[in-house]
Design a protein around this ligand. Structure first.
Ligand SMILES: [Zn+2]
Length: 275
């Protein structure tokens, strides 16, 4: 009996250890030949063209190796292009998995090498790339979250891939690190100026154009409320107590509310908007 109990304990422990390490991964159809792919909280894009496969964001090496095998289940065609939304390592690691077959595409502001992978094709602020029967339209979102962040719109599906600048019904990340709220809001407005039907973000859920306008309204409200509070002599702590933003409680990242307020206050101080 003792031996069986011990064996069961060891087995259960092994299963728990394995599931703790297993990443949540999936390849999900968005529209037509456009798919999003998931590694835990991060999402990239996969587009099957008539001449090969285009991947956006490698995320990391283990995830990209998994994706490479998933792609091989669907087509014998190689991955011909790897597009980077931006160079932040949490989205941009692991590109070496596709480097042997893929042309590496990134915005012209990106470093020469992104996490060790050399950029082959640098795109201008407004640029496009045609791969067989698909067109990829690139729009630089300006400085804000990062300095080399671009949106990618895939046609004819009219799917926009937008990473980190915004996601449907999701608060901006924490205190908007290394960024000014006005620059960041301009990035979201830029996304709103693009022509697309479906938004496939780097985090969270797929959405539409209306979701972009909602995020702009949240960021404008956040800025205005924090500015008014600071001008009235309130502290950041008092504003974090006072500004509940309860109408956004169903949004992803709602627990970043207090950090958003702190980030907005920092931005307004740094940019001189309080003077
Ligand atoms: Zn980022």
């Amino acid at each position: 009996m003792k031996a069986i109990t011990l064996a069961t304990f060891v087995l259960v422990s092994l299963i728990n250890a394995a599931s703790a390490q297993d990443a949540k991964r999936a390849l999900i159809n968005v529209e037509g030949d456009v798919y999003r792919w998931q590694n835990n909280a991060h999402f990239g894009l996969v587009v099957f063209t008539d001449s090969g496969v285009v991947v956006a964001d490698p995320i990391n090496a283990a995830a990209s190796s998994w994706l490479e095998a998933e792609i091989a289940k669907k087509t014998d065609l190689p991955v011909t292009h790897l597009i980077y939304s931006h160079s932040h390592a949490d989205h941009a690691s692991g590109g070496e998995v596709f480097e042997d077959t893929a042309e590496i595409v990134a915005h012209q502001n990106a470093p020469d090498k992104i996490v060790g992978v050399t950029v082959d094709h640098r795109v201008a602020d407004e640029d496009s790339l045609t791969v067989s029967n698909k067109t990829f339209e690139f729009t630089y979102l300006g400085a804000g979250h990062g300095t080399d962040l671009m949106a990618v719109v895939v046609r004819p599906e009219n799917v926009a891939f937008v990473v980190d600048a915004m996601a449907p019904r999701r608060l901006p990340f924490r205190d908007m690190p290394n960024a000014n709220i006005d620059d960041w809001t301009d990035q979201v407005r830029k996304v709103g100026s693009l022509d697309f039907d479906i938004l496939s973000p780097g985090h969270g859920n797929v959405g539409t154009h209306e979701n972009v306008a909602e995020v702009v309204i949240y960021m404008e409200t956040l800025r205005a409320e924090v500015l008014a509070g600071l001008q009235a002599g309130k502290s950041v702590e008092e504003l974090q107590e006072e500004l509940t933003f309860n109408e956004y409680s169903s949004w992803l990242g709602f627990d970043w509310r207090a950090a958003n307020i702190a980030g907005a206050a920092r931005s307004l101080n740094e940019s001189g908007a309080l003077n």
